[in-house]
Design a protein around this ligand. Structure first.
Ligand code: DOR
Ligand code: ZN
Length: 344
């Protein structure tokens, strides 16, 4: 069995910087023609000038002979200006603005403390059709970690969409049936990305026989009913759901510690993992639209030329990859079998 798809894109990716960037970029560039690159560096990418410089560093790290286009994002802060949004719109490489509620996840301390402060910026984005990408979790410590996405919908997202009735929004890496239902019920200006790991695993994976830090990400994996709802959404054929790996590399030494970083690394086998999820729902025929059509259609970008082929053939993923300056990176499914293999 094999399937051929139009070359896909990754609509949510963490590439980091410096030597770490050089370690992970070849994995993504082998699989995807483009990727929406998250801006949560230290310091965060808050200006078009910084995004241009980061883009140049990414392009310099693309392996020779590979064509890969980074689609850049700006990190929204309380201090983002309307002029910066205009510069982003005028650039041909900044494609979206990312909202991290302050403190929600890795390098999000510069995030937005009060959306009211961003009113003029959001109006400008609405006017110019620049999408807002949201990390959809409240940060209120009184809210259970497993409920933070659901509460975000009612407290933040629904009012935001009502107030900015033309704003394009991508609800990133959704993890619950609540989010899938919410997005499905919204108009076409609201879409969602779904990761491979949230399609394949429920929260038991984090605790199977002991604590497994490589399954810890944010938003955290949820119950099986939620995984099933995400799989239904992804394989439904709805154009509102598309591929975003949220592949988030962290050195092994910062994952396997008493307070480990959040993030699953899936870029090494992203399409293979998605193929496994879609095959489990007998929906491989829906993978191409999810991976290659729905994202560019939402962003108003052309679909890619060229194709990739996946074959049903077992292979074992490496235990780890070299990462940055002498560190290691443990991928999802390290040392385990995968059922699909990307050719080439
Ligand atoms: O698990 C995560 N890791 N979730 C995020 O939102 C950020 C990401 C990262 O940058 O490591
Ligand atoms: Zn992310």
């Amino acid at each position: 069995m094999q399937i051929t798809l139009t070359r896909p894109d990754d609509w949510h990716l963490h590439l980091r910087d410096g030597e770490a960037l050089a370690s992970v970029l070849p994995h993504t560039a082998r699989q995807f023609a483009r990727a929406i690159v998250m801006p949560n560096l230290r310091p965060p990418v808050t200006t078009v000038v910084a995004a241009a410089a980061y883009r140049a560093r990414i392009l310099a790290a693309v392996p020779a002979g590979t064509i890969f286009e980074p689609l850049m994002t700006l990190y929204l802060t309380d201090g983002t200006t309307v002029d910066e949004i205009r510069r982003a719109v005028d650039s041909d490489f900044v494609r979206a603005v990312k909202l991290y509620p302050a403190g929600a996840t890795t390098n999000s301390d510069a995030g937005v403390s009060d959306l009211e402060r961003c009113a003029a910026v959001l109006e400008e984005m609405e006017r110019s059709s620049l999408p807002l990408l949201v990390h959809g979790e409240v940060t209120d410590p009184a809210i259970d970690v497993f409920d933070r996405e659901k509460v975000f919908i009612e407290r933040i997202l629904r009012p935001l969409l009502a107030r900015y009735s033309g704003l394009k929004v991508v609800f990133e890496h959704i993890t619950t049936s609540d989010a899938a239902d919410f997005v499905a019920a919204c108009g076409p200006r609201v879409a969602a990305t779904i990761t491979a790991h949230h399609l394949l695993y429920n929260r038991n994976a984090i605790f199977a026989g002991g604590i497994r830090p490589h399954y810890y990400c944010l938003p955290v994996l949820k119950r099986e009913v939620h995984r099933q709802a995400l799989l239904r959404a992804a394989t439904s054929g709805s154009p509102k759901f598309f591929l975003g790996t949220d592949s988030a590399p962290h050195a092994q030494t910062t994952k396997e510690v008493s307070c480990g970083c959040a993030g699953c690394y899936t870029a090494h086998a992203a399409l293979e993992l998605y193929a496994e999820a879609f095959a489990s729902a007998n929906a491989l025929h829906r993978l191409e639209a999810f991976a290659s059509f729905n994202g560019p259609d939402f962003y108003g970008l052309p679909r890619n030329a060229g194709q990739v082929t996946l074959v049903e053939e077992e292979w074992r993923t490496p235990q780890s990859f070299a990462y940055g300056d002498g560190e290691s990176l443990v991928p999802l499914r390290a040392g385990e079998l995968l059922r699909w293999r990307l050719l080439g």
